[in-house]
Design a protein around this ligand. Structure first.
Ligand code: SDX
Length: 392
């Protein structure tokens, strides 16, 4: 016999908006997302010159240290990353039996978790010991260096190929493309990809970054925090959107079918066109502005304007029908597609870049930590008497 529902207790206090929309959950010095004016700053620097004139290595240094590196600092930091780029061979052994039944993001999540077993410094960081921050800096270097090798190697395992080791004469961006394809990229392709990495590096308390901070705030170690973040990024409402944008373009097939496709998606209840909308930006995502320009440039160079022309048609239709704008994932799909990268690697690429932001936030959280533990507004049954099984 089920009991009639009892009235829940009076609401303990006013509950935050669904999805914590509009709630400021803490302070950070890493990036400022200006959703009203459509601007993004890393440690005070607008992302446009960082992406178009700087390098991803400079961007990572900035996020971790709060200042742009001078030439000597950049050289030393770049050498640190290069020195740590080799993934323990046991990790590939762990992954091989899982390749068939896992996505690349699943494999990446598993790999990062497993890597803690091969890091003999991580155990010390689980207690509040003196000098933990220096140890965590070294771990951050290792993770940032290896995440690129891992993503490229996992892609190759999925293709039935062997992972390729990084070279010590290539930039971070060029090394990634080399480790994926086995060929050194052209200067222009390297430049574009480097800029795309910078554009994806950090973005306030987005879901995966906040997930990393919540994990780090329990004083769990860096590997646990980044594993949480990878699991969170994979969702289609977050980092998983860029791959789905490419799949959408492939499904639309022809430029003149783009508008009908959008109309069909929007006609469905809760229909969502991947790559559009944003919880914070109420105008165009400034990263989409840069990526659109990059996609157009790539199109002009390759002469193959199909994906770009289709994207513009889709963008205009969504704007006309819903008044919403493309986010970072929409044109990144055209850029990666024009670089002839497989859509299945798009979200892992997002993780390569965003690992720099996640690590910046984990270091920031640990530097001035307090457990992140919000309240819940209970709306279930009121107090009631236990009913013996025989009487149910
Ligand atoms: C990233 O947070 C970050 O900073 C994330 C990120 C980062 O750098 O870390 O910027 C990266 O994750 C970008 C977002 C990638 N995801 C997508 O492209 C998936 C498609 N987008 C939507 O699911 C949505 O826009 C979200 C998830 C991005 C934002 O969701 P919200 O704030 O919860 O908004 P919502 O879903 O409640 O939409 C509000 C209204 C809707 O009204 P209803 O239909 O529910 O009544 O806006 C419309 C919709 O009408 N809308 C869309 C839409 N997004 C919003 N309509 C069609 N297609 C969409 N994509």
């Amino acid at each position: 016999m089920t009991q009639a529902p009892t009235t829940p207790p009076a609401a303990s206090d006013s509950s935050a908006p669904k999805g914590l929309e509009g709630i400021t959950a803490g302070d950070t010095t890493k990036s400022r997302v200006d959703g009203v004016n459509g601007k993004l700053f890393y440690c005070g620097y607008p992302i446009e010159p960082l992406a178009e004139e700087g390098s991803f290595e400079e961007c990572v240094y900035l996020l971790w240290n709060g200042e742009l590196p001078n030439a000597a600092q950049l050289e030393s930091f770049t050498a640190d990353l290069r020195r740590e780029s080799t993934v323990p061979s046991e990790i590939w052994d762990v992954l091989r039996p899982l390749v068939k039944g896992s996505t690349q993001m699943d494999l990446l999540r598993t790999a990062v978790s497993a890597m803690s077993a091969f890091d003999d410094e991580v155990a010390d960081t689980r207690e509040a010991i003196d000098g933990r921050d220096e140890i965590e800096r070294r771990i951050a270097n290792r993770l940032q260096a290896r995440i690129s090798t891992l993503v490229a190697g996992i892609y190759r395992l999925k293709q039935g190929q062997k992972p390729i080791a990084a070279r010590d004469d290539l930039t971070y961006a060029a090394n990634f493309l080399y480790m994926v394809t086995g060929e050194e990229p052209g200067e222009y392709e390297e430049r574009i990809f480097d800029a795309a990495l910078t554009l994806h590096a950090d973005h306030g308390f987005n879901a995966s970054t906040f997930s990393a901070r919540v994990t780090a705030a329990t004083e769990a170690d860096i590997y646990g925090a980044i594993t949480s973040a990878i699991g969170t990024l994979a969702g289609r409402l977050h980092g998983g959107a860029n791959m789905r944008v490419m799949r959408m373009l492939e499904k639309v097939g022809e430029v003149d079918k783009a508008e009908a496709f959008v109309d069909d998606v929007l006609s469905q209840p809760k229909g969502r066109v991947m790559g559009f909308g944003h919880r914070v930006y109420k105008v165009e995502d400034p990263r989409a502005t840069v990526l659109r320009r990059m996609a157009k440039e790539l199109t002009d160079r390759t002469g193959n304007s199909k994906w770009f022309d289709m994207s513009v048609k889709i963008e205009n239709r969504v704007k006309d029908k819903k008044g919403i704008f493309p986010n970072v994932d929409f044109y990144s799909a055209s850029v990666y597609g024009s670089l002839e990268l497989d859509p299945e690697i798009f979200t892992p690429i997002f993780a390569v870049s965003r690992t720099s932001g996640w690590l910046a936030h984990v270091l920031e959280q640990h530097a001035d930590n307090r457990l992140i533990r919000p309240r819940a507004n209970y709306v279930g049954h009121g107090e009631r008497d236990y009913v013996a099984k025989a009487d149910r």
